[in-house]
Write a protein that binds this ligand. Structure first.
Ligand SMILES: Cc1ncc(COP(=O)(O)O)c(C=O)c1O
Length: 436
């Protein structure tokens, strides 16, 4: 086919498929029943948490029955435990009653996770039109979706606006102007950057601005017809130090104080994500309560007597410990650098946290030999696909054995690929794997 005709044909095909998608989405939306979020008292939260915490089966650490069930599946599995999702969500409400939770959809954009969270009362932090569609498919009201990506295509802003999303973040002048034009009259919150001193995965260079500039953006927003609404920051995912929240909380509080001098009462105090889960490399991370207590202490000092709407955007803090990835040993190889285990899942199949050198806790059902150091790697032709080095595992591990990577559900489904034609892990849920 001539190049011009080929291009024309592919444009027609992609427009047609977008149109089909749009029809599918609007049909799906028409079928969605709007949710009435529950009103949970502190006693309700405590009772529900007690039930969830004392349940018999869980994915992390995997119970004997879970290990046996996973053994029966020949291929790699991403196993979600939806009870753990709800437990993690409620842990935020237990730590700070009244906190507003917006689950960061990017972390595990799985419809059943979103459904479970929406039914429990969670809102959603969305970064794109596709994530908004996923959130709205739960029946959640659009006002419980916040658009927390500082750089949004105009088409996505318009889409969110048309679908009733009311709150949008910005960290630059041009983004504020885009919002004023394409989402007129909506709530504007501004993102400040965070020093990467405490971060295991810094975000402060790419996102956020200084408190001074953030104030200018809020004033610009007001001038352009937006509602100055609040502040936002993110300390970086898997943050192991509660004190990382101190400085940005104090800076955001100073924005609240200074805006008052301009007759602006900000409400929305969004302290982002970053709540860590346990890895072999950080087995005792701080709890959500320790982190929220740190934030509250700073808030009480900096904004005494002022009622702010404290908001969190946990991704990992909700999804991380709600799932495992299981992988088979394809080859045990004795190399010049030591013993290697080549697995049928690796960085490209959802063990993405290895990129940041987090070392997973691993269960090895049926094997308990004296530990020896292994290098673990995935199945692809890329040497980057190395999961860990010198990880001590039972010395009697053999080809065909199962390794279960714990707390592996964050950024797994969203970051896996089919690189080299290798399949992604099959998604399973504890309640269908193991009817309880
Ligand atoms: C704006 C925003 N909010 C929340 C999150 C979730 O972060 P975490 O998974 O560390 O909780 C992210 C992750 O990158 C983010 O960019």
């Amino acid at each position: 086919m001539e190049r011009r005709n080929f291009l024309r044909a592919s444009v027609i095909a992609s427009v047609a498929s977008l149109a089909v998608d749009a029809v599918r989405v609007s049909e799906a939306r028409a079928a969605v029943k709007p949710l009435t979020p529950p009103t949970l008292s502190e006693a309700d939260v405590a009772a529900r948490l007690h039930k969830l915490r004392t349940r018999n089966q869980r994915a992390c650490p995997p119970t004997k029955e879970v290990m046996t069930a996973l053994q029966r599946i020949p291929n790699s599995v991403l196993l979600y435990d939806l009870d753990q999702v709800e437990q993690n969500y409620l842990t935020f409400l237990e730590a700070e009653p009244g906190v507003e939770v917006f689950y960061a959809v990017k972390c595990a954009p799985n419809p059943r996770i979103l459904q479970r969270l929406a039914a429990a009362g969670s809102g959603f932090d969305i970064a794109s039109r596709a994530e908004l569609d996923l959130a709205l498919a739960t029946g959640v009201v659009p006002t419980k979706c916040i658009f927390s990506n500082t750089v949004k295509p105009v088409a996505d802003i318009r889409y969110a606006f048309d679908h009733g999303v009311k709150s949008y973040v910005a960290d630059s002048r041009h983004e504020v102007e885009k919002l004023a034009k394409h989402a007129p009259g909506t709530n504007l919150y501004v993102r400040i950057s965070v020093d990467s001193k405490f971060a295991s995965h810094p975000l402060g260079d790419k996102f956020g601005t200084t408190p001074e500039h953030a104030k200018e953006l809020l004033l610009l927003g007001r001038k352009l017809g937006l509602k100055p609404y609040g502040t936002h920051f993110h300390v970086g995912t898997q943050c192991l130090y509660p004190q990382a929240w101190e400085t940005p909380t104090a800076q955001a509080a100073s924005i609240f104080r200074d805006m008052k001098k301009h007759g602006i009462d900000l409400q929305f105090f969004d302290i982002g994500g970053g709540y860590p889960t346990a890895f072999a490399s950080s087995p005792n991370p701080p709890s959500v309560k320790q982190i929220l207590d740190t934030v509250k202490t700073v808030l009480d000092r900096e904004l005494p007597g002022q009622n702010v709407r404290l908001a969190v955007e946990p991704g990992r803090g909700i999804a991380g410990s709600s799932g495992t990835v299981s992988a088979r040993v394809m080859l045990r190889a004795d190399r010049a650098s030591g013993e290697w285990l080549h697995l049928d899942a690796g960085i490209y199949q959802g063990l993405f946290d290895a990129v940041d050198h987090y070392v997973y806790e691993i269960a090895t059902p049926g094997r308990s030999g004296a530990p020896v150091p292994f290098t673990l790697c995935g199945p692809t032709c890329d040497s980057f696909d190395t999961i860990s080095k010198n990880q001590k595992l039972p010395g009697d591990l053999q080809e065909g054995d199962l390794l279960i990577f714990e707390n592996a559900a964050a950024y797994s489904e969203s970051c896996n690929t089919t690189f080299n034609g290798m399949p992604s892990p099959a998604v399973h849920y504890l309640d269908e794997l193991l009817p309880i």
